[in-house]
Design a protein around this ligand. Structure first.
Ligand SMILES: *Cc1c(COP(=O)(O)O)cnc(C)c1O
Length: 372
């Protein structure tokens, strides 16, 4: 098998078109006389190259590209039917929470939220028939690490599908399908594309051909697949994913160490720090800690931190070349009810930092200015 870096740089190489070394952007809606392609809602050569590249990187069988991460997650929930129950990690991306509460719950599907680190609690929840476990690890924004092998064993024992949002670590650091998951989803908007210039989602399935066929049907029927140009941008981003992830992680560790020692910081949540409660678990199931961390300010002077940086800008999203600081309470997690936010730890003093590819000295200098 090829190494990860090689597949990232070359892609899946599903076809060669006139010797083009970069996969062309097939900006066409329809095809006349092709044996393989008929209509771009259903299938498109540029998108197919991205989908198979994602499948190779995740060590899955088939990939599907969507117009955003939430579109990919919605496609995965489309595998369910009325009456099904899903067990979901209680700490997860706020948009996924909104998708569940505002859309999918209305279709007669029930969602139970639980701390998926607590395996006894998970077992108790699974006594009620459950069709799917949906997990995000590390969680957004608390950076809890969930035990993927144990959760997949429990899912299997209870006949539930196990889907994992792998946005934060990417397949470069973590491959949930090799740890027993059935489906992996991504917001490709983040590290996979990596340059703050595209919204994209991906879903990859393991070795289950029926599941893959069903997702293919969902994709071509819901009509939320990724455009050719955005597929190309994401493919382009993936070529440098290994290099970027190494640098994101090294910079994030430097930032985490700096913040840990700062008098205005009460707590740093980064699974690459030996003080993180699941540091050992992370090392068992992933080969790196990634570029995102969250931290708790020791005082209420939040706004000057959010807006005080020259490099680190106040904006939603993560995983791009430049560092961003986010306020989960009013941005990414605004749709999570206050009581649940409080329970999880999303308090008014919690900030999330996506660490970019700047020189670490410049980053730490900017953090120093922000925390003056
Ligand atoms: C951003 C994000 C999503 C949603 O992806 P979009 O591309 O914004 O739709 C889902 N999961 C996680 C972990 C995210 O960070």
């Amino acid at each position: 098998m090829r190494h990860f870096e090689t597949t990232a740089a070359h892609g899946a190489e599903t076809a060669r078109y006139e010797g083009a070394v970069s996969t062309p952007i097939f900006q066409t809606s329809t095809y006349a006389g092709s044996e393989r392609f008929s209509y771009s809602r259903c299938d498109n050569p540029t998108r197919y190259e991205l989908e198979q590249t994602a499948a190779s990187l995740e060590q899955g069988s088939r990939g599907f590209a969507f117009s955003s991460g939430l579109a990919a997650i919605s496609a995965v929930f489309s595998l369910l039917k009325r009456g099904d129950r899903v067990l979901v990690s209680d700490d997860l991306y706020g948009g996924t929470y909104r998708l569940i509460e505002q859309i999918w719950s209305g279709f007669g599907i029930s969602f139970a939220f639980c701390d998926l680190r607590d395996l006894e609690r998970v077992e108790a929840e699974l006594r009620t028939p459950t069709r799917m476990i949906f997990a995000e690890t590390p969680t957004n924004p608390m950076m809890k690490v969930l035990p993927l092998r144990a959760l997949s064993a429990l899912a299997k024992a209870h006949g539930a599908l196990f889907a994992v949002d792998n946005t934060f670590l990417t397949p470069y650091y973590q491959r949930p399908l090799t740890l027993g998951a059935d489906i992996v989803v991504h917001s490709g908007t983040k590290f996979l594309s990596g340059h703050h210039d595209v919204c994209c989602g991906l879903a990859v399935v393991g070795e289950d051909p029926e599941l893959a066929d069903r997702l293919a049907l969902i994709q071509r029927t819901l009509g939320n697949a990724l455009s050719p140009f955005d597929s190309w941008l994401t493919l382009r981003g993936i070529q440098t994913l290994p290099l970027r992830m190494e640098k994101h992680s090294a910079n994030a560790l430097a930032a985490a160490n700096y913040l840990s020692a700062h008098p205005r910081v009460a707590q740093v949540n980064y699974p690459g720090l030996p003080s993180h409660p699941q540091y050992g678990l992370l090392r068992e199931q992933a080969s790196g800690a990634g570029g995102v961390l969250s931290f708790l300010l020791a005082d209420d002077r939040v706004q000057s931190v959010l807006h005080g940086g020259k490099l680190i800008r106040f904006a939603e999203s993560l995983g791009g070349t430049t560092s961003l600081i986010t306020y989960p309470q009013t941005q990414t997690h605004a749709s999570v009810p206050a009581a649940l936010r409080e329970k999880i730890g999303i308090t008014p003093r919690l900030l999330r930092l996506s660490v970019g590819l700047e020189h670490p000295d410049d980053l730490l200098e900017d953090l120093e200015t922000m925390l003056k």
